[in-house]
Design a protein. Structure first.
Length: 292
């Protein structure tokens, strides 16, 4: 089976046929939801059975919170298909944007980017300035390759200025770099760092941005500052190896990678960087590395 699901029914059909799960002792509410989903299996199998019953509506107070709690738990366990069904039901029973945001995030996690974008758009129809929905829609469009639309929503998010949130600046900077608007990307990361001067994620993304556009000295200097920090994470170490490899400093990249990442991951990072180095444009390198 190829391609991504383009409707919720399609998503359910593909999920149910591709990843059957053994029944376990789950709360009755989850079992009831799974039973209601099973009504659609005839249509998935070729339309020989017709759906003649609809799941009973939720009692209004119940239950949005209960559904969300159950969905959250299932999502943490990796049971995305059932979690998505519960988030969808919660969103239908609620008039708020929050449940649609949760649905969108779960769909994005499942790789259903078109459906995720739809959920985030519906959330924005309920709350036009909801920052989580703006971020979700902007990153969904980034994953779909709709870069201009991504930038539109992420710029709106940054312009709102609600709180000191690293992610909004990082996402917008990534979209701008992929669009080939490097100076604007640098300005975005810099604006974020003016609010959060010690943020390692923003510094790391800024260093990658420099590396994509052949500003290697700046990139390596900044990444050394990041990896020297006591709270540097593995993702930062990986970016250090990427920056060195993109700069053509292969020996240093190998030594650093073996020390910080291990042999296998270092090999993967070096291969990724080698492919990106063959590309002529910074935007293409950003896309190849997968900054989004």
């Amino acid at each position: 089976m190829s391609g991504k699901p383009t409707s919720m029914d399609d998503f359910r059909c593909r999920s149910m046929t591709a990843r059957p799960r053994k029944a376990t002792s789950i709360r009755p509410l989850v079992l009831a939801t799974m039973a209601s989903l099973a009504l659609g299996l005839g249509a998935c199998a070729g339309g020989s059975q017709q759906v003649t019953r609809q799941p009973e509506p939720l009692a209004e107070s119940q239950d949005v919170e209960a559904l969300v709690r159950l969905a959250d738990g299932l999502r943490e366990q990796g049971q995305l298909t059932t979690a998505i069904a519960l988030y969808q039901r919660a969103a239908g029973a609620s008039g708020d944007a929050a449940e649609l945001v949760l649905l969108g995030r779960a769909l994005a996690e499942a790789g259903a980017d078109e459906l995720a974008a739809g959920a985030f758009r519906r959330a924005l129809s309920r709350e036009p300035e909801n920052p989580d929905a703006l971020l979700g829609l902007g990153t969904a469009y980034l994953s779909l390759g709709e870069i201009d639309r991504s930038i539109q929503y992420l710029e709106q998010l940054v312009d709102q200025g609600n709180g000191k949130d690293t992610v909004r600046y990082a996402a917008l900077g990534a979209a701008l770099d992929i669009a080939g608007r490097h100076e604007k990307a640098v300005a975005t990361y810099t604006a974020g760092l003016e609010q959060m001067p010690g943020d390692l994620d923003l510094k790391s993304n800024l260093a990658l941005s420099y590396a994509f556009y052949d500003r290697h000295v700046e990139a390596i200097t900044l990444m050394r500052e990041v990896t020297d920090a006591f709270d540097a994470k593995r993702s930062h170490h990986r970016n250090m190896v990427l920056v060195l490899a993109l700069a053509g400093q292969d020996r240093d990249a190998v030594a650093t990678g073996r020390r910080l990442l291990g042999e296998n991951e270092t090999r993967d990072v070096l291969a990724q960087a080698a492919s990106a180095r063959q590309l002529p444009a910074g935007a293409d390198r950003a896309r190849a590395i997968g900054l989004s």
